[in-house]
Every structure is written in C-alpha cells, then in structure tokens.
Design a protein around this ligand. Sequence first.
Ligand SMILES: [Zn+2]
Length: 210
Amino acid sequence: MHIHCIPAGPLATNAYLITDSGRGEALLVDAPHGVWEDIEPILQRENCRLVALLITHGHWDHTGDAARIQNLGVPLYAHEADRLFIEHPEVMGMFTIPGITLEPARLVHPVAQGDHLHLLGMRIEVRHVPGHCPGNVLFYFAALDAAFVGDALFNGGIGRYDLPGGSLEMLERSIRTQIYTLPANTAVYPGHGPETTVGDEMASNPYVPA
Ligand SMILES: [Zn+2]
C-alpha cells in the first residue's frame, strides 16, 4: 500500500492517491484541477484501477477534476451538506481565480458521520468535521493509521472559517471531538501543506489546543 501526496491546481491542493498493487486497485482523496494528468501514469506504473473518489469537501480547489474522473466511471463519495458545491460549483465562483473552469459533478454516494466504506480491503470510517465547509468530512483508515481531513486541520494551523457556511466555534468543536479523539499516532493528511499527526497537533497547534 502506497500513499502518494500529489499537490495540484492553482492553490496546490493536496490530492492523495492510495494504491494497492497487490489488489490492482487505487482510490483518490480529492481531485484538484489537473490531478488526473499526474495520477494516470502512477496508476499505469503500479497497474492499478481507480475504484473510488473520496471528496473531503466541496470547495472548488478540491473538486476541479471530479467531474472528469467521475465520467470515467469512478464512484464519487462526499457529504450531503456539500451537494450544492459539488453539483453547482458556480455558487463559489466569487472565491475562485480568473480563468478557472468549474465542471459540475454529481453526488451519487452521499456519506455521513459514522458511515463505514469498504474499499481496497480496508474499513474506512467517515467523520463529519464542519466549520471550514458545511460538508467537510475526514476519512479515517485505521489499517493505515491515517486520516485525510480536508481543510479542517493543517500542520500547525486550522482551516478558514470565514467562507460560506463556516464557523470557528464549529471548527474547534469538530477538531476536538472528531480529530483529537483519534489515536495520537494517526497521521493527519491535510488538504494543503505537509502532513502531521494527531498527537503533534494536540501538543502544539496554536489555534486549537487540546
Ligand atoms: Zn476548502
């Protein structure tokens, strides 16, 4: 099992490609603009078929290639609360950058707090972590000691809470009740910037002390 971190798009949004060459399967967490060009050669090299696209939240910089990948027949999973952003990305048009195109995708597989997905032979827990975006979820892979958290928590930082549907109080509660309750050794893979761990953020995150 390999976790490839692939920053892509105009905001260097992290996509994560998890490949399992033994099974010949891979899944992708988030789909920034242009990421398909980066992951296609990896899929070919590792002889993997993409079986799922997990969207942490519906902001445009995480969904730029979502429609394109979905149109290849890859199922898209995201939280119901971000259906509007995913299916009508133009509503966030004022927060994009000039020249960017926004292709609507379709939310066919909504996920919610406490759901478990079974992909690549692993059990993946869904936790709802709103505050940055109403439908931000994290995907926790106990078998990998890894959580993909979108823009809820960063290495030494937290997500913006001034965007539509955001709330600092909600974000703090999400981080404390849904992220800081994961095992301390869990690797935290954020939507931007370097990875961290639950334990490191609990010990030193300046915005949300444990
Ligand atoms: Zn975001």
